[in-house]
Design a binder for this molecule. Structure first.
Ligand code: ZN
Length: 452
């Protein structure tokens, strides 16, 4: 009896332990499978017709259907392309396609996968290549480099300026003036390979030779440096679900470029012009112009002169130029002499009446002019002034966009067309005036620029 009982108990305990092990196993499985959506698993592509076992193709699986489908399709495509290449020598045991991958970043917003491909066909040397695929987690969309940027921003110009300024001051890179110039002409389409990390974007270019896509170097740029142009989803930090694999950039751009202020003589003079006003936004623009001892030209409409007489008088007192922009924003090329007399003549007279100042320049609305208009204007002693830079602020009411346009095109002798009737344009000008002054530019009126 005694012995019998002693024998029975271990069986029961073993059974209980077995049940416990199974329960714990299930719990561990459930926990792991809930995590694994944020991790990746490896899948191997097995082709039925891989007779000589020439394929070693693997790809990650994230349990995000849209992403996984594309990764599998990518692996399949490589395998199919290889199969087509070895069609005539498919029994050659030297044939080998190896597709391996690494996952540098898995975040809430983006996933980046780097494939390394080695393709060996018969006696030929193996061909090595790298393929980087980036995905938006929410949409499952595979991202092109252009997808990272907000529409209506000068992404190309800003990125070019960031890279140019970085390599201009980075002695170790040893870029000459011609190479720096090419960097400034950077085309977003020329950037094929890039990676998204938690707080940086790595792009692969050859800074010395943008056309060379083979000898590229990894260049990491902090997301905050590009915050003005990146889409919101890609501008914010994207915490990684596993530590980002070590980032090994050849160059790391961690701060906004801050070019040393240059002497006035080196930067140049710019004429900022503001059309169609004055408006309720004009005074804060005048405040900032005064603060930076800068002058501008205002092409005002005659019919607004009495309503905004305060702004007009202030312009004259503070040394700005007032120009004639017609009474009601007319297309002057369609008008009779009597109508020209009203549009141009009455505008001259009302400005004189309100400010005591006589305009010396006219900007025909829409830039529409002809010999008749020019001859009529000359009768009032008016020089015709158009513009050399149109940041399209009348079309895009986005101050960052307009600011970037101004910054990208600022150069000696430019006449920049803006409109002080839009708050976004005035905001953009206010930012640009401070930043271009810091770079050594001088803001002058058009008559000063052209010597009228
Ligand atoms: Zn206008």
């Amino acid at each position: 009896m005694h012995a019998f009982h002693r024998h029975k108990r271990p069986v029961l305990i073993t059974l209980l332990i077995a049940v416990a092990v199974i329960v714990v196993g299930i719990i561990i499985y459930l926990v792991l499978s809930s995590i694994s959506a944020n991790q990746s698993q490896q899948e191997r592509l097995v082709e039925q017709n891989d007779i000589t076992r020439s394929l070693d193709v693997s790809y990650p699986v994230f349990k995000i259907e849209k992403v996984d489908t594309q990764l599998e399709a990518f692996a399949k495509k490589q395998s199919d392309a290889f199969a087509a290449k070895i069609r005539d020598s498919q029994y050659d045991p030297r044939n080998k396609l190896v597709l391996s991958f690494a996952v540098p970043h898995i975040g809430d917003r983006t996933i980046s996968v780097v494939f390394e491909k080695s393709e060996k066909i018969a006696e030929k040397e193996p061909a090595l290549s790298r393929h980087i695929l980036n995905f938006d987690v929410t949409s499952g969309k595979r991202l092109s480099f252009k997808d990272l940027f907000r529409p209506h921003t000068d992404a190309r110009g800003v990125l070019a300026a960031v890279l140019h300024d970085f390599f201009d001051t980075n002695q170790s890179a040893e870029l000459n003036d011609e190479q720096l110039g090419k960097l400034r002409d950077l085309n977003l389409d020329s950037i094929r390979d890039f990676l998204l990390y938690e707080d940086a974007i790595m792009l692969y270019i050859n800074p010395k030779d943008m056309a060379n896509v083979k000898a590229t170097q990894p260049i990491a740029i902090k997301k905050e440096v590009l915050a003005a142009i990146l889409n919101d989803s890609y501008a914010v930090a994207d915490p990684a679900h596993k530590p980002d694999s070590e980032m090994k950039p050849a160059y790391a751009i961690n701060t906004m470029p801050r070019p040393a202020p240059r002497p006035v003589s080196q930067a140049g003079r710019i004429a900022l012009t503001f059309d169609d006003g004055p408006s309720e936004h004009t005074n804060r623009l005048l405040d900032v112009l005064a603060q930076h001892q800068s002058k501008a030209t205002f092409y005002v409409l005659g019919h607004l002169a009495h309503r905004h007489s305060g702004e007009l008088r202030r312009m004259v007192q503070e040394g700005h130029e007032i120009g004639n922009h017609t009474w009601l924003h007319a297309n002057l090329t369609h008008l009779s002499t009597a109508q020209l007399e009203h549009e141009i003549g009455d505008t001259q007279r009302v400005i004189q009446e309100v400010t005591g100042y006589t305009p010396r320049t006219i900007r025909p609305p829409y830039g529409a002019t002809n010999d008749t208009v020019r001859a009529f204007s000359a009768g009032y002693g008016l020089h015709e002034v158009l513009w050399s830079v149109d940041p399209k602020d009348w079309q895009v009411h986005d101050s960052t966009y307009v600011y970037n346009q101004i910054m990208a095109t600022a150069a000696e002798g430019q006449v920049i067309l803006l409109h002080d009737i839009y708050g976004s344009s005035v905001d953009a000008a206010i930012r640009a005036i401070a930043d271009l002054k810091a770079r050594g530019f001088q803001f002058v009126t058009v008559s000063e620029l052209f010597g009228y």
